[in-house]
Design a protein around this ligand. Structure first.
Ligand code: FA5
Length: 342
């Protein structure tokens, strides 16, 4: 029996040296350590060994089992490493003679514009925050000064969920959480997907993107708001743009504005993009209402701030001269390819 134990070990070492793949390792494990394997057979047959030798043989068989287990583990690691090295070697073979694939994808126009805006704002000290797509009624409406009886709720035809929550109708829904999270001073933007049960047309989708921005500190004024909006739009359109503010009503800002830009395509002369109106309505904004600050845990006597809700989908539409917003959600590669976005 002792000779058998010795020769089993030698056999296993030899076999393991020769094999090259994981399946063969498994076969060897079964051959020696499986239920009907050689080592297990020795242990099963201990009862037939003379009494005086039984303990010693039993111990040797267990040592053999542990040794074979270790050998198998080492071999497995070796094979794994070899496979990994082979993979890397093959992956690094770049055939520079293969012709370029003309059908390479590109980022979606909304993603490109969103990233561009994020870069601009982070360079001005803003953080980029995330918001939920499913929101509570409190965050989407109550916390931005739109209680359940307020007629402004009708302006945003909402998709309600059975549990009383809703699909976020505006990125403003994240204002309260962000104020509570950071307090003051605060400079944040939060892009996100919004949903409204809209009658669809070339400039209205049921699913669209906005980018909200907020700046809160002591002495923040409308002048700061105008500066940041001008800076942002000049960077997006790669030229100085003229902006104007018109009064606009949103329950969460006071005063509230609609910010228009002088049409960057015709410089206000009149064209199909601005529908000969010279100005394009782009971004509602205003000074954050004291109630909204208070609900966010910020003292309106000490702090003031501005907020804006830029229509990201519409901005992408303008930047890439797309005349129908629905194209952006259509997943129609023919349309996206025509935009030739790199
Ligand atoms: C709002 O959603 C306010 N939360 C914006 C705001 C934020 C005002 C902070 C003041 C302070 P409004 O419903 O106008 O406002 O939407 C803002 C922008 O989102 C619009 O100017 C438009 O560009 C875009 N938008 C709104 N509805 C749609 C739609 N159905 N499809 C595509 N874009 C839309």
């Amino acid at each position: 029996m002792e000779d058998k134990i010795k020769s089993l070990k030698e056999q296993a070492i030899k076999k393991l040296e020769e094999i090259k793949n994981a399946q063969d390792v498994e076969n060897i494990r079964v051959e020696y350590l499986g239920k009907k394997g050689e080592v297990v057979e020795i242990l099963k047959n201990l009862k037939n060994v003379e009494k005086e030798k039984r303990k010693e043989i039993g111990e040797k068989a267990n040592v053999l089992r542990e040794e074979i287990e270790k050998l198998i583990e080492t071999k497995k690691e070796e094979i794994k490493e070899k496979e990994y090295e082979d993979k890397i070697k093959n992956a690094e073979k770049i055939d520079i003679t293969v012709p370029v694939d003309e059908n390479l994808g590109s980022l979606h126009p909304i993603t490109i514009v969103q990233r561009e805006l994020e870069d601009i704002f982070t360079s001005m000290g803003f953080t980029v925050e995330d918001g939920n797509e499913v929101e509570t009624e409190y965050n989407n409406f109550e916390a931005v000064n739109v209680p359940h009886y307020h007629p402004a709720r009708d302006m945003q035809d909402t998709f309600w969920l059975e549990n009383g929550e809703l699909l976020k109708t505006q990125t403003s829904a994240a204002q309260n959480k962000i104020m509570k999270k950071y307090g003051t001073p605060l400079k944040a933007i939060f892009p996100g997907r919004c949903f409204r049960n809209e009658a669809l047309d070339a400039s209205h989708e049921n699913t669209f993107f906005q980018m909200e921005g907020m700046m809160i500190d002591e002495n923040v004024s409308i002048a700061n708001l105008i500066y940041f909006m001008k800076k942002l739009l000049s960077e997006v359109f790669k030229k100085e743009v003229e902006v104007r503010l018109r009064p606009g009503y949103f329950p969460f800002v006071e005063p509230g504005f609609e910010l228009d830009i002088k049409c960057p395509y015709c410089n206000g002369v009149g064209c199909k993009v601005c529908k000969n109106g010279s100005w394009i309505e782009l971004c509602p904004c205003g000074m954050i209402h004291p109630n909204v600050l208070r609900m966010g845990g910020i003292d309106p006597e000490k702090y003031s701030g501005f907020a804006f809700g830029l229509g990201l989908s519409r901005l992408a539409m303008m930047k890439y001269n797309i005349n129908d917003l629905r194209v952006l959600n259509s997943c129609d590669l023919r349309a996206l390819k025509q935009m030739k976005i790199k």
